[in-house]
Design a binder for this molecule. Structure first.
Ligand SMILES: O=C(O)CCC(=O)C(=O)O
Ligand SMILES: [Mn+2]
Length: 199
């Protein structure tokens, strides 16, 4: 595993997960989940997305990018919940405030192909990712697509930090493990990915 990769199992206890889920429900009621599409092919992702924070990550025919407004409603993204900001400052103490929090909603059939997070202007700050709901099979490799990968399970309340050399590690979600969500209905999984976009 590359240096800078951290996993914090059960970082959020059940009570905190419930509070966080309430906060995220409020986020998606203000900024509804949208269906991102692959630039070029226009093929839809199987994951639906929203964002909170000053910037949000979007994907459509024009490419992958960060923007201050929702691609469908045109409204600014809602603020990042305090519990997430606290986790960022706790686990990434050197980094300035997070600028974007991507909300990924996985239904039981959703997956996310192997990729690097590299749409940011700099890679100095870590990426911090929180899992809620169903367990996911997460795959992580090296900084080239060909490097060997390993898979591990991310359960509700687990936090992953991609910092240092692992900041540009290839990673993805192979599948959702059915029957593992007590928190989110219908084997749903929510992933919250906090990032710094600019210096
Ligand atoms: O769902 C996850 O755990 C990973 C999400 C991810 O890699 C991303 O949004 O870039
Ligand atoms: Mn990613």
């Amino acid at each position: 595993m590359l240096p800078g990769f951290r996993i914090l199992p059960g970082y959020f206890d059940r009570a905190a997960q419930e509070r966080l889920l309430d906060e995220i429900r409020a986020v998606v009621s203000a900024a509804p989940l949208f269906l991102p599409r692959m630039p070029g092919t226009g093929k839809p992702f199987s994951v639906r997305m929203s964002n909170c924070g000053p910037l949000g990550w979007v994907a459509d025919a024009d490419g992958y990018r960060y923007q201050p407004t929702h691609p469908v409603t045109g409204a600014p993204w809602p603020p990042i919940p305090g519990l997430l900001r606290d986790a960022w400052h706790d686990l990434c103490p050197q980094a300035p405030d997070p600028q974007a929090c991507l909300v990924n909603y996985y239904s039981a059939e959703a997956r996310l192909g192997l990729h690097q997070d590299r749409d940011e202007e700099t890679f100095d700050a870590p990426v911090l990712s929180v899992s809620l709901g169903a367990t996911a099979v997460f795959r992580i490799g090296g900084t080239t697509r060909r490097a060997p990968t390993r898979s591990l399970r991310l359960g509700s309340g687990d936090v992953v930090v991609l910092g240092g050399e692992a900041r540009l590690a290839f990673h993805g979600i192979d599948r959702i493990v059915k029957g593992t969500s007590e928190l989110v209905t219908d084997d749903g999984r929510i992933n919250l990915t906090l990032r710094r976009v600019g210096p």
